[in-house]
Design a protein around this ligand. Structure first.
Ligand SMILES: [Zn+2]
Length: 123
């Protein structure tokens, strides 16, 4: 099984997690005389108010996403093997939404992905 991870999205998500640290610290100092559990709950509510929007942007923004289509069984357009097929449909500067779909097996998809990275289509 292949799992394609959008590294830009993943990096932003990890950075976003770091933003929860100062909120937690500030609220724990601010409400330090109360229960630590209560202060943590308040910090999480405050964080949730901000991070809902940030997470939504990270996971839904077209600027950050590459749209892939995956089919369980296809004939690879490069090598002809019958296998699970992958095709890149759309990125910020690449659009094959109206093209005749060409699926590739995992091995050929990796080769094509490297080519697209060299062309600057994928990061
Ligand atoms: Zn192939």
């Amino acid at each position: 099984m292949i799992m394609k991870i959008n590294l830009k999205q993943y990096g932003l998500y990890l950075l976003r997690w770091q933003l929860s640290t100062p909120i937690l610290a500030i609220v724990l100092i601010w409400l330090g005389s109360t229960s630590k559990l209560f202060a943590t709950v308040v910090a999480n509510v405050i964080g949730g108010l901000f991070f809902f929007w940030i997470d939504r942007f990270i996971f839904t923004s077209p600027a950050l996403q590459a749209h892939w289509e995956i089919q369980d069984t296809v004939l690879c357009c490069d090598c002809g093997v019958s296998a699970r097929g992958y095709r890149l449909v759309k990125t910020k500067n690449y659009d094959k939404t109206r093209a005749i779909p060409k699926f590739r097996c995992e091995v050929c998809s990796e080769k094509k992905t490297q080519q697209l990275r060299q062309m600057g289509v994928l990061v």
